[in-house]
Design a protein around this ligand. Structure first.
Ligand SMILES: Nc1nc2c(c(=O)[nH]1)N[C@H]1C(S)=C(S)[C@@H](COP(=O)(O)OP(=O)(O)OC[C@H]3O[C@@H](n4cnc5c(=O)[nH]c(N)nc54)[C@H](O)[C@@H]3O)O[C@H]1N2
Ligand SMILES: Nc1nc2c(c(=O)[nH]1)N[C@H]1C(S)=C(S)[C@@H](COP(=O)(O)OP(=O)(O)OC[C@H]3O[C@@H](n4cnc5c(=O)[nH]c(N)nc54)[C@H](O)[C@@H]3O)O[C@H]1N2
Ligand SMILES: [Mo]
Length: 759
């Protein structure tokens, strides 16, 4: 029995709890004065872009936009701790592998290039030139360039990412596994098919004009905290916010703004959700179909009463195709089946349909709760269907808002990190550099892991991230990395992926966003694209963690030169000396970036073209397309009533695989992560109470998460939740959305049994 550290948390999200958490973080990682000055430069017109999330910056930034988790991201990077060669000489890799992920990263910033020495089982210093030489030798020895994988995590700047893809394509492959493949790939693929662009259609200002917001499967209080300021304003002006989430997330219930002196002084808060619909995990397609069915019924009723209907018929005629089969499908869906699959009642869904049909303009926001299922792409397309019914695209206050994860994951894609090698990009490269980039699709993240596991790929070069830990199925993924000839990691901090030893292993330490990037032509800025397609500059000011640390563009350019020599007419050295030249090159290859250097001088930057926001649809038909999904399940339900559907979540104290601390304040968990949230009736049915220790076993593989404590929680029956990345053991690599490749992290069939160890 272990209910230690589990207690209910009654305060609203934000508020004093958030301020206290920031003070604690500053104390543990930084000198407090330097720390708070650094935070002030966060997301300011001349400061650095917060490495925390991809939420845009308001045009009129107040003196300091407070964000607890942004503060954690910044202080974790700008820490005073250092993982020097001396520090790493004290710990063998065998020892480090026994450490908690938090402790591995908490060694601090990597300060020198390092290579693994098998004789001592330690990472030791190596000169930059020697590191590049060893990598070049291994890459050039491969019989086929498609035997190497080049991973990107979404922190890389546009400049670093553009050089990386140029290098890799010149080398000869499109193997670009990317964190986006584990994240919003269902959006990139699904929305591109139906509206011609896999990105948000709105701008931040649209929230001022929306009459209703639908929020589906995302947790902004933790993962996009600056969005809470926006949602709070929407709520205060009385526009309904309809939430679809299996868990009652505190910030979506009520939020106290640390920016509001009144709320802080009076301990009051603003309610956020007007309607909180606790659907089943994986119930999104059914719920969306239910809402649309209700809208069609309202339309029928209005027409029968002599009205014009609630559908936007002028928009449908001019801009869309395929509504008839959708309406037929919705009419054929039975309410009982929708209720069973969604876990919501007909009345709840009709109420949501009523709000949708009454609002002139609606924005739908969504996150990983929608995309990370075996039918994630189809779920995204149902969201688009709903918006199309009433022409909720391309006018003020209306549109779709996928919440991107990493701060520049969207930009990396735009500048060419894409295993599918789009034709305009290839043509641009050919025009500017005179060579033909490879055409054949390369590997996405799951395909790369499978290729490594099967020995088809032998070298992996990672521009950031923690691929093996972020990926499902560590048994398979860890073994895949360990089977390589060479693993190279460009990183700020040590993590577990670096400890999964290939034959040769090299760590290349890089600057973070907060740091001064000095090159031959002077101090450099980089650029990033936020979730609303705004491209802007980011300029670090802090001194680098050591004189041996290099910028990502410099590292990529130097690596490219070592591998490719003079085989291509690409001015690698000039690019590393002056990032303005990289931006000129991006603008030449991708015309949407015209006058790039000029346009980033404006504070806030510029917006890339977003077709759907102007009702331009770059689909084969030239129209926005409705997509019928035959069925109701985002994940096929297991017929065994004993099987629960487990979803995997981020705690309030983590950034993906980076574990800042062991608390999850809003969910009432403190000092631990080994818990599984379950419905009280599901617990009672198994004779369990909060704190009982259980084994969670996968219903589709032999994997077990042993010794977890159950927590009675407000979550629908048949559903459960646990933290990522620990729960990844339960997810076979083969369980992913076959259309987009996104792993099914959010619907894992599991069984619960009392832990024999505890008995
Ligand atoms: N502080 C912090 N910020 C981050 C990150 C971080 O780890 N920490 N990660 C960044 C990244 S890469 C990303 S992608 C984003 C992620 O941001 P989110 O999309 O908010 O990510 P998750 O924590 O996975 O939370 C998903 C939400 O979906 C709900 N959910 C789970 N299953 C379902 C379902 O089947 N249906 C529905 N409707 N909802 C469901 C969960 O209850 C939870 O509230 O955040 C980014 N920002
Ligand atoms: N079960 C489950 N699994 C999931 C998810 C889930 O919801 N559930 N979410 C998925 C999602 S949405 C994502 S995006 C992936 C995340 O996958 P990744 O992007 O691969 O993982 P991160 O944890 O963000 O990577 C952290 C590491 O990045 C490095 N780093 C930090 N800053 C920098 C920098 O500025 N430059 C460089 N070069 N390196 C840096 C540090 O070494 C740090 O250890 O995980 C996925 N995995
Ligand atoms: Mo993500």
């Amino acid at each position: 029995m272990s209910d230690e550290g589990i207690r209910e948390y009654h305060a609203p999200a934000g508020g004093w709890g958030a301020l206290r958490a920031v003070a604690r973080t500053l104390r543990s990682q930084m000198d407090i004065v330097a720390g708070s000055q650094t935070l002030m430069r966060n997301n300011q017109p001349h400061g650095f872009d917060c490495p925390g999330c991809a939420w845009p910056d308001p045009k009129h930034t107040s003196a300091f936009e407070f964000c607890e988790n942004g503060a954690k991201a910044v202080t974790w990077e700008a820490t005073r701790k250092r993982a020097t060669p001396e520090v790493l000489s004290q710990h063998s890799v065998r020892e480090l592998l026994t450490w908690h992920d938090h402790d591995i990263e908490d060694l601090g910033r990597l300060t020198h290039p390092m290579v693994y020495n098998p004789a001592t089982d330690r990472y030791v210093e190596i000169a930059w030139a020697d590191a590049f030489q060893r990598i070049a030798t291994a890459l050039n020895a491969l019989p086929d360039p498609n035997m190497a994988e080049f991973y990107t995590s979404g922190r890389a700047s546009n400049e670093a990412a553009f050089l990386f893809q140029l290098f890799v394509r010149a080398f000869g492959t499109n193997n670009f596994p990317d964190c986006s493949n584990m994240c919003h790939e269902a959006t990139s693929v699904g929305l591109a098919e139906v509206i011609g662009l896999g990105k948000a259609s709105i701008t931040l200002e649209d929230f001022d004009h929306a009459d209703a917001i639908f929020s589906i499967g995302h947790n902004p209080g933790t993962n996009h905290p600056r969005m809470m300021t926006t949602l709070r304003e929407v709520s205060r002006r009385g526009a309904p916010i309809v939430v679809f989430n299996p868990l009652k997330e505190r910030a979506l219930e009520r939020f106290a703004s640390p920016q509001s002196p009144v709320e802080m002084a009076t301990l009051t808060a603003t309610p956020i959700a007007s309607d909180y619909l606790q659907l089943k995990v994986g119930g999104d397609i059914a719920a969306l179909k239910g809402v649309m069915k209700a809208v069609i019924a309202l339309d029928d009723a209005d027409l029968a009463a002599g009205g014009d209907g609630v559908l936007d018929r002028a928009f449908l005629a001019e801009h869309t195709q395929g509504i008839a089969p959708l309406i037929n499908d919705l009419r054929a869906c039975l309410w009982e089946e929708i209720e069973a699959a969604s876990g919501l009642t007909r009345i709840q869904l009709e109420q949501a349909g009523q709000i949708y049909a009454t609002a002139k303009s609606v924005i739908v926001c969504y996150g990983m709760g929608v995309t990370q299922h075996s039918q994630g792409t189809a779920a995204v397309q149902q969201i688009s269907n709903l918006l199309l019914l009433r022409g909720n695209y391309g006018r003020p206050g209306a549109g779709i808002c996928p919440l991107r994860g990493h701060s520049n994951v969207q930009g990396d894609r735009t500048v060419g990190i894409d295993e599918k090698a789009p034709a305009p990009l290839r043509e641009g490269i050919k025009r500017v550099y005179g060579f033909d980039p490879p055409v054949a699709h390369g590997h996405d993240a799951v395909a790369a892991m499978e290729a490594m596991a099967e020995g088809r790929s032998k070298v992996m070069v990672c521009l950031g991230g923690n691929l093996a830990v972020a990926m499902s199925d560590p048994a398979r993924s860890f073994a895949a990395v360990r089977g390589l000839d060479l693993a190279v990691h460009v990183a700020t901090k040590l993590n577990r992926s670096h400890l999964l030893l290939a034959k040769e292993n090299i760590l290349l330490p890089c600057l973070g966003r907060t740091e001064l990037d000095m090159q031959a032509s002077g101090p450099q800025s980089v650029t990033v694209e936020d979730t609303m397609s705004m491209v802007h500059a980011s300029t670090g000011k802090l001194p680098p963690p050591s004189e041996q640390v290099r910028s990502e563009p410099w590292i990529v350019a130097s690596l490219a030169r070592a591998v490719l020599g003079d085989r291509f007419a690409i001015p690698w050295e000039a690019y590393a000396d002056d990032y303005g030249l990289i931006r000129d090159a991006i603008a030449q290859v991708l015309p949407a970036f015209h006058d790039y250097n000029e346009r980033i001088r404006t504070p806030g930057g510029f917006r890339l073209p977003v077709g759907p926001s102007e009702r331009i649809w770059k689909t084969p038909s030239g129209k926005a397309e409705f997509r019928v999904f035959a069925g109701l399940h985002t994940e096929a339900a297991d017929p065994d009533p004993e099987v629960l559907t487990l979803t995997t979540l981020r705690s309030h104290d983590q950034y993906n695989t980076t574990i800042y601390g062991l608390d999850d304040r809003y969910r009432g968990v403190f000092g631990r992560r080994d818990v599984i949230f379950m419905n009280p009736d599901d617990l009672a049915a198994r004779g369990l109470v909060t704190g009982d220790v259980v084994d969670v076993s996968s219903a589709v593989s032999d994997a077990i998460l042993a010794g977890y404590s159950v927590v009675s929680y407000n979550i629908p029956r048949g559903c459960a939740a646990a933290y990522y990345p620990e729960a990844n053991v339960l997810i076979p690599l083969s369980r992913h959305d076959k259309t987009s490749g996104t792993p099914s992290y959010k619907s894992v069939p599991v069984r619960i049994s009392r832990s024999p160890a505890a008995a």
